[in-house]
Design a protein around this ligand. Structure first.
Ligand code: PLP
Length: 374
């Protein structure tokens, strides 16, 4: 009998201690932003090489704040990958700027830097790449390109908290990075996210942007200096994050073992593309496989339904952004970014979370092998 946890491709693991800590915060009466938020920010900052870190209510909110912090506004362009979650596209548009899509690489899904360079215009303000589990793009080349053209970089690191580039954690170097603590991510605060910035001045700007545009005056009265939003995290969420952070290394070790098992046990079949394997220092939030379903008499929908039938839940990460109605309204169309489109068509996310055992992964691999051998 497969483990019940296989019914979901992702799920959080909350320790009993963290649940008790939530109760304690609730009883303390200080439930909105307070000491736990500050503690979590310090603890996270330590994992990002001491760089200034702020937590907010989602990665999406963090990305909007990052764009505003970089001065992105109407008339500007931000270059981003067509293969990503919808947040980047949406937040760029929400700031009044235009998302300029480019394609990505097939295996790493990293933004195609040659296409980034070709897409740069005098209106370009920033590059917004998305990182995927298994491998990062060439961060040295990305920052060299950004430096050459004086562009800001906002790394969407929602999926790769803990991943390393040449031994350095994502977020500990570079320009701005944003992270997600949604329950499906490497750690959770229920909903939540973080933004890592360059210096104290930027961190203070984030404080203003995330809380009503309020700047405190020396006489303790308040001024509003910009039309800010409200993205502050609650202490209830933050205390969960503090406990998750204590387990973070264990979580990543478990996830890596599960991913390794997929590589060992999944059948090597024509038309099946697995994620990058054996790249040092990578974390495994998701295990996404590409399959040319027609070759096996399936559609993606029928393949996912067959897995569902066998008690195995799957996800889809991600549809190509430029083929959404929103992006088509901006003039994007089918055929423009073939790799993002292929990933969007073929990707299926197999179960990977810390509630699973190696035997669970073996079961998934057996079912996949059986389905693809018929
Ligand atoms: C999950 C995710 C987001 C959004 O995170 P939220 O915290 O839910 O806003 C953004 N980008 C990527 C790549 C993601 O996977």
């Amino acid at each position: 009998m497969p483990h019940a946890s296989l019914r979901k491709f992702a799920q959080p693991q909350l320790s009993e201690e963290s649940i008790l800590a939530v109760v304690e915060v609730l009883r303390s009466q200080w439930i909105a932003t307070g000491p736990k938020v500050s503690e979590l920010e310090s603890a996270l900052s330590a994992t990002f090489g001491g760089r200034p870190t702020r937590v907010v209510t989602s990665a999406t909110g963090a990305m909007e704040i990052a764009l505003l912090l970089c001065g992105v506004g109407p008339g500007d362009e931000v270059i981003t990958s067509a293969q990503s979650f919808f947040s980047a596209m949406n937040m760029i548009l929400k700031c009044g700027a235009r998302p300029v899509f480019v394609d990505c690489e097939l295996h790493t899904r990293a933004i195609d830097l040659a296409q980034v360079e070709a897409a740069i215009t005098p209106r370009t303000r920033a590059i917004m790449p998305t990182h995927f589990p298994g491998a990062l793009g060439d961060m040295d080349a990305l920052y060299a390109l950004a430096g050459k053209h004086r562009l800001r970089v906002i790394e969407d690191a929602a999926l790769v908290q803990g991943s390393l580039w040449q031994g350095k954690p994502v977020g500990s170097f570079g320009d701005i990075a944003t992270f997600s603590f949604h329950p499906n991510k490497n750690m959770t605060t229920i909903e939540g996210g973080a933004i890592v910035v360059n210096n104290q001045e930027e961190a203070e700007q984030v404080d203003i942007l995330r809380f009503h545009g309020i700047a405190k005056l020396p006489d303790q009265t308040r001024d509003v200096v910009l039309a800010g939003g409200k993205y502050n995290m609650s202490d209830v969420s933050a205390v969960i994050g503090l406990h998750q952070l204590q387990q973070f290394e264990d979580f990543m070790t478990q996830r890596a073992a599960l991913a390794q098992r997929y590589f060992e046990r999944l059948p090597t079949l024509p038309g099946v593309v697995l994620p990058p394997r054996d790249v040092a220092g990578q974390t495994w939030n998701m295990f996404c496989v590409l399959i040319t379903y027609e070759q096996y008499q399936y559609t993606r929908a029928s393949f996912r339904a067959a897995l569902q039938e066998a008690g195995i839940g799957t996800g889809m990460s991600y549809e190509a952004c430029h083929l959404t109605s929103l992006a088509k309204g901006l003039g994007y169309a089918e055929g423009m970014f073939p790799i993002a489109e292929r990933i969007g068509r073929e990707t299926v996310t197999l179960p990977l979370h810390v509630g699973l055992t190696l035997a669970d992964i073996d079961h998934v691999c057996d079912v996949v092998a059986r389905l693809l051998s018929q």
